[in-house]
Design a protein around this ligand. Structure first.
Ligand SMILES: Nc1ncnc2c1ncn2[C@@H]1O[C@H](COP(=O)(O)OP(=O)(O)OP(=O)(O)O)[C@@H](O)[C@H]1O
Length: 322
């Protein structure tokens, strides 16, 4: 993102507390420039939808600053709404209407709508025009939701789990459409559970956990911040001190749990080679040997694990303080 690019989405210290006091969004900050595709990832209940709803103007934040296209999406909804397309997790269209009737009804409330046939063609629903919504498959409903989100040629597109329920082909088709829209200048913010989806589409992403952003940046930046891992069982009769000096192998952290040793390194080849050469020379087998290069999945799991440990520690400290 260039620093002087127009920030279409700008969020600073955003908070959302539900009735009953639960804080689902805890001081979240990020921004998305015009034409960027930003993915919000996270574990179940991380706060992705709660954040998205604040950007869509469906609820007022409990704290912090939120701007979409330079306006407050809740208090200035009338200025923002005509310029954004929204795909909720559940479209909620009337079950009795056909695909074409739904599209026409939606077009009637959308300013500057593209022809409904064009929108339905974009998502591959042309052959299903006279089918009632209740008879559509889950994947077809997601396609209809997407068609309605892009109907008004929005400048900003909010997509909440756009490919959940789609088969592999449907997912690829959706990716292609979203990419085309982005290439035409649409700013896109999507939430997803699929790391592959974020890797395929996102210019930048944020990983949320328990209401906070735990990592943010381009995919390569997020991955680089989390090391590769090697784990194996210490051979029978061997101790840590029998291994070659781990620092010299480029190992930055190690953890011994029972007999299982886990090493972290940003120099995977050097560490793995050093270890295997040592094992060969010592004539030992490294049972359970597992080598994982840094990836978005590793980064994601690492964040979820780390955050869990921190939460557990905090809970223990709270209990101890009582
Ligand atoms: N209306 C509500 N009242 C109280 N708590 C809520 C409400 N809606 C959501 N929550 C809670 O807020 C937290 C965040 O939920 P949210 O739906 O934003 O997460 P998410 O990251 O979108 O999850 P998922 O990936 O499972 O869809 C969860 O703990 C959820 O139970």
């Amino acid at each position: 993102m260039t620093t002087n690019a127009e920030l279409v989405i700008d969020v600073e210290g955003l908070r959302r507390t539900y009735a009953g006091g639960f804080e689902a969004v805890r001081s979240v900050s990020f921004s998305v420039a015009r034409g960027e595709l930003f993915a919000l990832l996270g574990t179940n209940g991380a706060g992705k939808t709660s954040t998205l709803e604040l950007l869509e103007g469906l609820a007022a934040p409990s704290g912090g600053r939120v701007r979409v296209l330079g306006h407050h999406p809740y208090t200035e909804r009338a200025k923002v709404r005509p310029r954004v397309g929204v795909m909720l997790q559940e479209g909620g269209f009337p079950a009795q209407l056909t695909v074409l009737e739904t599209a026409r009804m939606w077009a009637g409330c959308t300013s500057g709508a593209r022809p409904v046939e064009e929108a339905l063609e974009l998502v591959g629903l042309t052959k299903r025009l006279s089918v009632r919504v209740k008879q559509l498959s889950g994947g077809e409903r997601r396609r209809l939701d997407l068609a309605m989100a892009v109907l008004g040629r929005p400048e900003v597109l909010f997509l909440d789990e756009p490919t959940t329920g789609l088969d592999a082909e449907g997912r690829r088709d959706t990716w292609e459409l979203v990419r085309e829209l982005r290439d035409q200048g649409t700013t896109v913010l999507l939430t997803t559970h699929y790391l592959e989806e974020a890797e395929e589409l996102a210019d930048r992403l944020a990983i949320m956990h328990e209401g906070r952003i735990a990592a943010e940046g381009r995919v390569d930046e997020v991955v680089a911040a989390h090391p590769s891992r090697i784990s194996f069982e210490l051979p029978e009769g061997y101790h840590m001190g029998d291994l070659p000096p781990l620092g010299q192998l480029g190992v930055t952290e190690h953890q011994l749990t029972g007999r299982t040793l886990q090493l972290s390194t940003s120099e995977l080849q050097r560490a793995a080679t050093g270890l295997l050469v040592w094992a060969e020379a010592a004539g030992v087998r490294l049972h359970g040997l597992d080598v994982r290069s840094a990836s978005l999945e590793e980064a994601f799991l690492h964040i979820a694990r780390d955050a869990r440990t921190t939460t557990d520690t905090t809970k223990r400290e709270e209990v101890a303080a009582r």
